[in-house]
Write a protein that binds this ligand. Sequence first.
Ligand SMILES: [Fe+2]
Length: 304
Amino acid sequence: MLNFIIKRYNRFIKFNPILNSFGGRKFLQLIIENIYIFEALRRKKLKNKLLESPKFSIPEDNGFALYPPNTFETSESAVSEAEKIFNNQKDLLNSGSFKKTYLRELSLEGHLQKNSPLMNFALDPQILAMVSKYLGTLPILREIRMMYSPNEGAIEGGSQFFHVDKEYPRMMKIFLFITPSTDQDGPLTSLSAKNSESLWKKMGRLKAIHRISDEQVFNTFSKDATQSIIGEKGSVGFLDVARCLHFGSRPNSNSKSRLIVWFVYHHYCGDVFPFSLMAGKRYDFKEFAKDGDISDLNKSIILN
Ligand SMILES: [Fe+2]
């Protein structure tokens, strides 16, 4: 009975036009950001006081940017740390305890303390400055996850269809490449934010959207209009997964496996966005919090 109610509730959320249409989500965002106006102002002040201006940008119309290895001071040690974590767990990956999914998560437990290489990258002042500028606020770090794609051929899954992520109407997901990835490896592929929004509006500002078929996208845009998140080991990709329609994991028989660490940031209100299926699933950075001496800036980003 409880399962039935949960299923109905999830279905209601997925297909409700107020919650999941372009217009409905913008409307909810406006309301909620006004309710939390004092927190927004506090964050703006903190951002202006403590963050340097960004050297690199994420273009507003694209919602997408790629930067080569060593653009950020902290990326090299984060990559080495991630390689170590992978090597310690790779036997587990093949042991059968993992489901044969196209994306397998490796645990980062014990690797997210204060001053650990992955946290140093997540809180790198240049990364934070770029993300804050794009999001227009000092963000919340929603999660850090290490993901391995074995790319062992086609496996069906939800994120292989064009979709947007639903936690909040504007987000930033950063991909740190631990292994190199090319167009041959079934990479994450997206449409620019501007094109995604125009398509969404064309389909109906108040129409709930869950997934969009390739035909619906490519009737309007050519394949050349898509952009792939690819790069050398150590490259860093930025994608607004909430504004940009995207799909991932469509490997072919020549595809190589891929290891990435992703970092997701969003507005403070992402934690309280009504009915988000993912709102309650934010990462708990308790390892970082163990050390009591945490700056106001970092506290606001990971603990609030
Ligand atoms: Fe997604």
